[in-house]
Every structure is written in structure tokens, then in C-alpha cells.
Design a protein around this ligand. Structure first.
Ligand code: C2E
Ligand code: CA
Ligand code: CA
Length: 615
């Protein structure tokens, strides 16, 4: 067996170490050889979290060895031994293969970080091994990061650098692990384009001590995170164990954290719940941190209990991540007002997109407009229809504001939403009322003309249906000698007759037809898709129905007749032209002796050619 590294021997003698007598180093090395034959290790995963989006960005794979006699042996003890006895390449490859496969069970926005030892980096075949593991699992290189320990990096070795560069070029991230905040480490940062640096646990440990140290640590973290930003690297603090540390890191603009506070190393099946629950966990901590951060600087703003304001507000407050493209943005905060209106608890919506609140009737155009405005970095305002968990629709007046960091980068969207369902309902009722004829209750002139125009516009868009013989037709209906009734019996009787006729017409039109009172004794029916022959037949039916009815009035039953004029719409007609033709036909009916139907049929009308007016 190779001669042992004095570091290892010292470690073995360390009474605090997990490795105990009577086993000697040689025994442990033999055991390691044995377990390597079957690869009887395990892997646990520890979450790394982005504090801005409150989401898990990666899991770090950490190897585990459960020794039958000694119990769990720390990787800090057996990894150096594996390096020493030439097993690290084999173990490292096994971790990589296995972890890449495991990572495929996570959502695609969650990545994997794997530790590699300095000896692995000295192996020129490492880039090929990494590529093969990725390919075998089907994991894209962009989802993998290799964590390289700063002190073991030896960047002055060209061979190591070449290996790192080749891996980096394949799209895999290279992370500087255990970054010692000291002066010497800065040199490494400039020497190689790392994608992330991990501030060592020993530094995080020192964070909340006396006020003097606190201020210095805050400055150091601020400088490092600023530097990382300039160099386009992520800055992560590891070993975060307390909410106090987390608060200090947040205050110093550190964006990423890892540590027991956010999640212990855990077996694969538990990682899925962690991905789901992290936003909740952080939200709770943020709320508590708001009260525990005792720094003088912060006291002023923290004296204002913003969280309490949000939690007690009557209006909805909803905060999302800044990614506008599906599947984002992701909800990271909702206040209780949200739950009261929608029926969804915070736990049910955190991590999901606000799209779950939309449904049929939510205006696509409004959503697009809101999206465009936010994309331009502007606040958006809209009224929108959403749906509660029960499926009940509700209207919101919503203001969405992009929230930015010091550099103007959008970090969140905050929506403040007011429930306007009642206002909207009243408005709809008012609009309905404005569209009704107050006497008869059927659509008034304004509503009728609008509906008829919509029918005609639809024809202009889609063309006339079934070989150009069906289209909208309109019948004008005028009560014969109505003036006489008013003069002889008074207005109350006249009104009763108008109501009776409106009812009679309503009963005899088809469901698709639109009936309206144009004013005085004039009514009209718009028949959307008919031939001229059918339109005339329907008009005839209406005429007969009125003529055959008796209308109850204060002066007793009254019988009466109507004259009707029918015209059909030609694409390109104005509504005024169509009305004029129908009106003309109605007067022709009056002149011909009343109580009859006349059709306006110009020679050029091919629908008339196919459906000549019955004599
Ligand atoms: P590391 O890469 O710095 O990993 C972080 C270590 O800190 C892990 O210990 C982790 O359990 C521990 N840790 C995480 N959060 C906290 C915290 O809040 N407080 C405290 N006190 N500790 C925390 P672990 O798993 O014992 O790993 C120790 C070292 O062993 C790792 O340090 C890494 O250098 C090495 N290692 C682990 N797995 C592998 C591997 O698969 N390959 C290689 N080459 N090295 C590995
Ligand atoms: Ca690591
Ligand atoms: Ca580390």
C-alpha cells in the first residue's frame, strides 16, 4: 500500500474525528477498496437557493459511506484517503453518473452541482467522462456544475486549466468551492472564468458576532457580491445555519445561499418536496427576519411593519418572479386577502403561475397588453376577469409594478388588485338598462342597430354563407293606424297595444333573430342567416300573428294589423342604406293597402334571382 499522507495520519489521530481506533488507516483503506468494488455508497443532495426568486437553483451532490462497524464515515475523512490510494477517479465517476441520472427527476430549471477533487482535474480524460455521464443520463450540460476547491486548484498547472476550460466550453459550469474571503483568493477569480463562487462556511460562521465584525463582514460580502456581479458570476454563501446569518447576507446583497437553515443534505426522494416548499420556508423566515435584524441602519425602515401592512390589507397583494415567459412567472407571495377572494391558500399557489387564475373569458388582448407593458419595464394597469378555486368568476382592477434592484434589474413583479366584481355587475346592469326599451322591455333602437351592424360586419369578414344566398335580412314593422288608437282611447291603451305587439313579435321570431323597437309604433327584426324567401315567409308569419291576435287594453281587447318591409344586406352596404331599403319596402306595403309584406328587390340582387318574391 502507498505511503500515507501525513495529513491523513494526523487526521486519524485527531480525537474529534469520526474515525476511531482500533482500526488503523490501513484497515480503513482496505474497507474503502472493498466498498468501491460494489460502489456501496450513497448520495444525498443539499439545496442551493436563489433568495431573489426564492427557488432552489441546484442541488449539491454529497457522497455518503455507511460503514458496517464505524457508522457514517465523513467524506472529509475518506475522500482524501481515496485520493491517496488511487480510488478517487472511480468514486468520482460513480457520483457523477448516478447524480446526473438523479437530476433528471427534477424540474428542468433545477441544476446539479458535483464536487470534483483536484486529482480528477489532473486527468485529461475528465471532459470526456463528464460528457459521457451527461449523455448517458440525457442531462443538458447547462444543468451541471462542477465544484472545485479553491485551495486544491493549483491554477498554475496548465494541464488542470486545459481540463477546466474544455469542460467549461462544453457548457458545464465551474464553481469555485470553499472560497476563502482572504486577499490571496482574489487572484484565482481573475485567472479562470468561474460561473459561481461559494463563500466558505468558515466565513459564514463568523458573520453575526460583535457589531464591529458585523460591519466588516457586511462590507466584505458586499464587495465580493459586487465583484461577482461585474465578473458575471453567481455568489453563494455556504454553511448558513441561522436566520441572523441569512438576514445579514441578504442585507449585503448576497443572492444565493446554501446551508442547514434552508435544507440539510437529503436523499433524492425528499428533494422534490424541498423544491416545492422552499418559497414557503423563505417567506416565513423573511417575515421573522424583518423583526430580528437588529442593525441600526435597518431600524428606520424596519420600524415600518410592511409585512403586517401587506398581510392585513383588504386588497390582494401578489408577488411573482420576474420571468414573463411560460412556465413563469412564479408566485412567491400572496396575502390573506388573496385567499379570501380566490379560495386558494398560499401553499396551493406558491411556485405556480398566476395563469392558474385565468379561464374562459379572461381577455387575451388585455393579458398581451399587460405582458408587453411589463416587458418594457413599465407598470401595467388593467381590469381583468379571473376565476376562484371554486370556478366562480371575479373581476379585478389590477396594478402591476416591476420591482428593481439598485442596478435597475427587475427582480419581482408586485400586483395590487382590487375586487371590482360588484361594480362591474352594476355597470353591466346599467348597460343592459341603457339597451332596453323602457316600455316594452325589448332592445331599443341603439341596441338593435348595434346588433344588426355586428351581424353585417361578421358577413363582411367571413363572406356570405352557402353560395351567397344566405345573409342578414331586416324586416321593418309599422303598426297600421296606430295614431287612431291613441287619439280615440288615449295613451294608456296605445301603450298596452305596443306591449302586446312586442310580446306577440317576440313569440314568433326565431331564437337567432334580433327584435327591437325603433321608436313610436315602429319595430324591426334582424334575421341573421336567411334567404330572402325565408325572410319574407317569416315576415308573413309575423303579420299573421299580429292580425290574428287580440290585445288586452284598459279599454278592452283591441285588434290591429301591421305593415312590413323586408330588405337584405349586401356586403359593403352601410346600415343606413339597408334601413332605407327596408323602410322603402314598408311604405310600399302601406301604399298597397296595409296589413301586408313587401320586399325590396333590386334587379342586381342575385339572392332575389334565386328567390323571386312570391306574388
Ligand atoms: P463541501 O463541498 O464544502 O460540502 C459542504 C459540506 O458542508 C457538506 O459536508 C455539508 O453537509 C456541510 N454543510 C452544508 N451545510 C452546512 C451547514 O449549514 N453547517 C455545517 N456545519 N455544515 C454544512 P459533507 O457532506 O460532510 O462533505 C464534506 C466535504 O466532502 C465536501 O465539502 C466536499 O469537499 C467533500 N465531498 C463530499 N462529497 C464529495 C464527492 O462526491 N466528491 C468529492 N470529490 N468530494 C466530496
Ligand atoms: Ca462543494
Ligand atoms: Ca464548500
Amino acid at each position: 500500500m502507498a505511503e500515507l499522507d501525513p495529513r491523513l495520519v494526523a487526521m486519524m489521530r485527531n480525537p474529534g474525528s469520526v474515525v476511531h481506533t482500533p482500526h488503523t488507516m490501513q484497515h480503513l483503506a482496505a474497507d474503502l477498496h472493498e466498498v468501491c468494488a460494489t460502489m456501496g455508497f450513497g448520495i444525498v443532495y443539499q439545496p442551493q437557493v436563489d433568495l431573489r426568486t426564492e427557488r432552489v437553483t441546484n442541488f449539491e451532490a454529497l457522497i455518503r459511506w455507511h460503514h458496517p462497524d464505524r457508522g457514517d464515515v465523513s467524506p472529509e475523512d475518506f475522500i482524501p484517503l481515496a485520493e491517496q490510494i488511487g480510488l478517487i477517479g472511480k468514486i468520482g465517476q460513480w457520483v457523477l453518473e448516478r447524480a446526473c441520472r438523479d437530476a433528471m427527476t427534477w424540474p428542468e430549471e433545477v441544476g446539479l452541482a458535483v464536487n470534483v477533487s483536484a486529482l480528477q482535474l489532473a486527468d485529461p480524460t475528465l471532459p470526456a467522462i463528464v460528457a459521457a455521464c451527461l449523455a448517458a443520463a440525457g442531462l443538458p450540460p447547462s444543468r451541471l456544475e462542477l465544484e472545485v476547491t479553491e485551495t486544491k486548484l493549483m491554477p498554475d498547472r496548465p494541464a488542470t486549466l486545459a481540463v477546466l476550460r474544455a469542460i467549461k466550453e462544453s457548457g458545464v459550469g465551474i464553481v469555485m468551492d470553499d472560497f476563502d474571503v482572504g486577499y490571496s483568493a482574489l487572484g484565482y477569480l481573475l485567472n479562470f472564468p468561474f460561473s459561481k463562487i461559494k463563500i466558505d462556511r468558515s466565513f459564514t460562521d463568523k458573520l453575526p458576532q460583535d457589531d464591529h465584525l458585523h460591519a466588516a463582514a457586511n462590507t466584505i460580502v458586499r464587495v465580493i457580491s459586487g465583484l461577482c456581479k461585474d465578473l458575471k458570476m453567481t455568489c453563494l454563501a455556504e454553511g448558513v445555519e441561522t436566520e441572523e446569518q441569512l438576514a445579514m447576507l441578504m442585507q449585503a446583497n448576497c443572492t444565493h445561499v446554501q446551508g442547514y437553515l434552508l435544507g440539510r443534505p437529503q436523499p433524492l426522494p425528499e428533494t422534490h418536496a424541498t423544491i416545492r416548499d422552499i418559497p414557503n420556508v423563505l417567506r416565513l423566515m423573511n417575515m421573522r427576519c424583518g423583526h430580528s435584524m437588529g442593525d441600526a441602519q435597518q431600524r428606520q425602515t424596519q420600524a415600518i411593519p410592511f409585512m403586517q401592512i401587506a398581510e392585513t390589507a383588504n386588497d390582494i397583494i401578489l408577488v411573482t418572479t420576474p420571468d414573463l415567459d411560460a412556465p413563469g412567472p412564479f408566485i412567491i407571495y400572496v396575502n390573506p386577502a388573496f385567499t379570501r377572494l380566490t379560495g386558494y391558500t398560499a401553499a396551493e399557489v406558491l411556485g405556480r403561475s398566476p395563469r392558474i387564475l385565468q379561464g374562459p373569458g379572461t381577455s387575451r388582448a388585455t393579458l398581451d397588453h399587460v405582458g408587453e407593458t411589463l416587458r418594457a419595464g413599465q407598470p401595467a394597469h388593467a381590469k381583468i376577469l379571473n376565476f376562484a378555486k371554486s370556478g366562480a368568476p371575479y373581476w379585478l382592477d389590477m396594478h402591476i409594478v416591476p420591482l428593481c434592484d439598485d442596478d435597475g434589474t427587475v427582480t419581482h413583479f408586485a400586483a395590487i388588485e382590487h375586487d371590482v366584481t360588484l361594480d362591474k355587475r352594476r355597470l353591466d346592469e346599467l348597460e343592459q338598462l341603457a339597451d332596453r326599451d323602457t316600455l316594452t322591455g325589448i332592445p331599443n333602437r341603439r341596441a338593435f342597430l348595434r346588433a344588426m351592424k355586428a351581424e353585417c360586419d361578421a358577413v363582411d369578414v367571413r363572406g356570405l354563407s352557402t353560395s351567397a344566398i344566405k345573409g342578414p335580412c331586416v324586416a321593418f314593422i309599422d303598426i297600421d293606424h296606430f295614431k287612431r288608437i291613441n287619439d280615440e282611447h288615449g295613451h294608456a291603451v296605445g301603450d298596452a297595444v305596443l306591449c302586446g305587439i312586442a310580446d306577440c313579435l317576440a313569440e314568433n321570431v326565431r331564437r337567432v333573430d334580433i327584435l327591437g323597437r325603433l321608436g313610436g309604433e315602429e319595430f324591426a327584426v334582424c334575421m341573421p342567416v336567411v334567404t330572402l324567401r325565408d325572410a319574407k315567409a317569416l315576415a308573413e308569419r309575423l303579420r299573421c300573428a299580429v292580425a290574428g291576435a287580440e290585445f288586452a287594453t284598459p279599454a278592452g281587447p283591441v285588434t290591429i294589423t301591421v305593415s312590413l318591409g323586408v330588405a337584405c344586406y349586401h356586403p359593403g352596404d352601410t346600415i343606413a342604406e339597408l334601413i332605407e331599403r327596408a323602410d322603402g319596402a314598408m311604405y310600399a306595403a302601406k301604399h298597397a293597402g296595409r296589413n301586408r309584406v313587401r320586399v325590396h328587390a333590386p334587379k342586381s340582387d342575385d339572392r332575389v334571382l334565386q328567390a323571386p318574391e312570391p306574388s
